[in-house]
Design a binder for this molecule. Structure first.
Ligand code: NAP
Length: 259
């Protein structure tokens, strides 16, 4: 029986990169998205094709759900239950940046509420629902909750303070659930990507090109969705069995302080 992963925000970008790496390993997938059904369907068929190219037959199903909406989260879990009947990994990846980058002294409550709702409330309550389901269905198979936060959990950006606050809040989810779920054989991990080439960063490409060229990151290149996907693949292969509540920086060394 193949393992199953539910990946939020997997139609594009980092979530898609994670889905492709898990497909190579032969995992069945639920590809969640918010609006872009066409992209989600394409990602799902690409996953099935790449698995086949590696000699594995998988099923990748796609499901629309806004993670910030309670009924949508319930429907997403129900879809996963009805489609596959079990789950070995939840990847909380869906997240948004502010619609407009604004100085810290100008950010609006509306933008703050939107980011807290999608970036924090969504993953927290989806994790709660999936954790309950996992606990109700005990198994010897290792299981994991992976949450994609950001280097912004620790890095100040004065033109998107509400994003930094949301990612710092999200960071607490991993140690909390690690302590609660370890006894049920469920490990939790936080992934902190740095500068990754996706739609989210396409509008600031030139700025980041210049910063990377100037030596901002010790590994002097943009990160790719596949870089993040490979970290999830390591977790999926149970290569970190005695680590939980752990944070992995996937940022080319950006987090290193230098003098
Ligand atoms: P992206 O290219 O903008 O893709 C965002 C994905 O999330 C899409 O699949 C989108 O679905 C989905 N999504 C958005 N709002 C959603 C909602 N309310 N419910 C469910 N799905 C939703 O972003 P990305 O760069 O891949 O970022 C993925 C995650 O990594 C985010 O949490 C982001 O904060 C984090 N991150 C990104 C970077 C970076 O440099 N790119 C760095 C650090 C952390 P649709 O296609 O339907 O819109």
């Amino acid at each position: 029986m193949s393992s199953v992963a539910l990946i939020t925000g997997a139609s594009r970008g980092i979530g898609r990169g994670i889905a492709l790496e898990l497909a190579v390993l032969g995992w069945d997938l639920v590809i969640n998205y918010a609006r872009n059904g066409e992209a989600a369907a394409k990602t799902a068929s690409e996953c099935e094709a790449i698995a086949l190219a590696h000699g594995r037959k998988i099923r990748a199903a796609h499901c629309r759900a806004d993670v910030s909406v309670g009924e949508d989260r319930e429907a997403l879990v129900r879809f996963t239950q009805e489609t596959f009947g079990h789950i070995e990994m939840l990847v909380n990846n869906a997240g948004v940046a502010p619609a407009v980058r604004t100085d810290l002294l100008e950010i609006s409550e509306e933008s703050f509420d939107r980011l807290m709702s999608i970036n924090v409330k969504g993953p927290l309550f989806l994790t709660q629902a999936v954790a309950r389901w996992m606990i109700e269905t005990p198994t010897e198979t290792p299981r994991a909750i992976v949450t994609v936060s950001s280097t912004s959990a620790r890095t100040v950006s004065l033109d998107r303070g509400e994003y930094c606050v949301s990612k710092a809040a999200l960071s607490m989810l991993t140690p909390l659930f690690a302590a609660r779920l370890a006894g049920h054989g469920i490990n939790t991990y936080e992934l902190r990507p740095g500068i990754i080439a996706t739609d989210m960063t396409s509008g600031v490409k030139e700025k980041y090109d210049r910063l990377i060229e100037g030596g901002l990151t010790p590994i002097q290149r943009w990160g790719t969705p596949g870089d993040v996907g490979k970290a999830v693949a390591a977790i999926a292969q149970n290569l970190l069995p005695y680590s939980t509540g752990e944070t992995l920086n996937i940022d080319g060394g950006f987090h290193i302080r230098r003098l």
